[in-house]
Ligand binder design. Structure first.
Ligand SMILES: Nc1ncnc2c1ncn2[C@@H]1O[C@H](COP(=O)(O)OP(=O)(O)O)[C@@H](O)[C@H]1O
Ligand SMILES: [Mg+2]
Length: 328
């Protein structure tokens, strides 16, 4: 599917740095990701590998300083979002590209009711009056399973449960008819049963509204169930990406393989567990392949040269000096 449909978003050679007292954090290195119309792309990797920084760069949500986007382009239908005016960015943010986070409380304003906040956002992005905005809000809340929409609109954020707040965030995103939904670990803070409901809603909405979804998750089970393609990140790099079953069933990168081997097969909820060693410090990361200190296949070349992300099989990319030799 993805090969024939249009690219809606292209992250090209993205490099992001943070200036800190301890030094420069090399958080994101030459990240290349494409998102096609109507598809769901999963982004996985251990904490601190650059998932949130990459996705927040798309909407220019990171403060400067300390953030510096030192290289790359973020093309939304060919328009480089790193170059557009703040005014244009405000139209895109929330309107064309919506984002939901792990903890919805951070993006809801505690002093306004849900209704006030939803109507504001809808009025701004859909250019409609209050009454129309209200009916759009109600429809969106019902669509995400909040049947008691009128009651929800009258509540303040703290009067709702975590699951309800996440539904409100999704409804708010949806009510602006975005082309792209960026969801950064939207279910990590929720109970397992609520997690499944929220994911089902996202999956359903993506089909009925033909949205493209960029989903960050810790859970490879979620990738298997909901995504079309997956990108695996390690220490700021995309180390492998491709169609989900290609990557999950025949991983080409030792890191991806490690992640999959560390999954307890019997458990239904398959969280990423750590593999031996620890994530490198990104102020002074290892030379060459950043994974080499943890990799049992590493040789001299891995310590010297950064492996490029190459197309090993059609649509399946890997950044490893030894993928051919390892004979997976
Ligand atoms: N404001 C900041 N200042 C300094 N370092 C940061 C900042 N935000 C993120 N980082 C660093 O950037 C790297 C990537 O972080 P992040 O994208 O949040 O990881 P994750 O994959 O868990 O979402 C981490 O090493 C993190 O410590
Ligand atoms: Mg994150």
């Amino acid at each position: 599917m993805s090969s024939v449909s249009a690219k809606v978003l292209e992250i090209k050679d993205l490099q992001v740095r943070f200036d800190t007292e301890d030094g420069v954090v090399k958080a994101v290195e030459d990240v290349n990701l494409d998102l096609f119309s109507g598809e769901m792309l999963g982004v996985v990797g251990e904490t601190g590998c650059g998932k949130s920084v990459t996705l927040q760069s798309v909407l220019r949500l990171l403060p400067t300083p300390p953030t510096r986007i030192t290289r790359g382009q973020i093309l939304f239908h060919g328009e480089n979002l790193l170059d557009v005016s703040e005014e244009r960015m405000n139209e895109i943010r929330g309107g064309k590209i919506a984002m939901i986070f792990q903890e919805p409380m951070t993006s809801l304003n505690p002093v306004f009711t849900i209704g006030e906040q939803m109507r504001d956002v809808i009025e701004q992005h859909r250019r409609v009056g209050k009454r129309k905005a209200n009916s759009i809000a109600i429809r969106a809340l019902i669509e995400v399973g909040l049947e008691d929409a009128e009651v929800v609109l009258s509540k303040y954020p703290h009067e709702l449960s975590g699951g309800q707040r996440q539904r409100v965030m999704i409804a708010m995103a949806l009510s602006c008819q975005p082309e792209i939904l960026i969801a950064d670990e939207p279910t990590t803070a929720l109970d397992v049963s609520i997690q499944a409901q929220i994911l089902a809603i996202i999956k359903h909405l993506r089909q009925t509204h033909n949205m493209s979804v960029l989903l960050v998750t810790h859970n490879l089970g979620v990738v298997a169930q909901t995504c079309d393609r997956v990108a695996v990140m390690y220490a700021g790099y995309v180390v492998e990406k491709g169609e989900k079953f290609g990557v999950l069933k025949a991983p080409l990168h030792p890191y991806t393989r490690g992640l999959l081997e560390s999954i307890p097969r019997s458990r239904k909820v398959r969280e990423l567990r750590s593999i031996p060693g620890s994530v490198p410090n990104l102020i002074d990361p290892p030379e060459g392949c950043r994974f080499h200190p943890r990799c049992s296949f590493a040789t001299e070349v891995c310590k010297r040269e950064v492996p490029i992300l190459e197309e090993a099989k059609p649509g399946h990319f890997v950044a490893c000096h030894h993928w051919r030799r390892l004979g997976y």
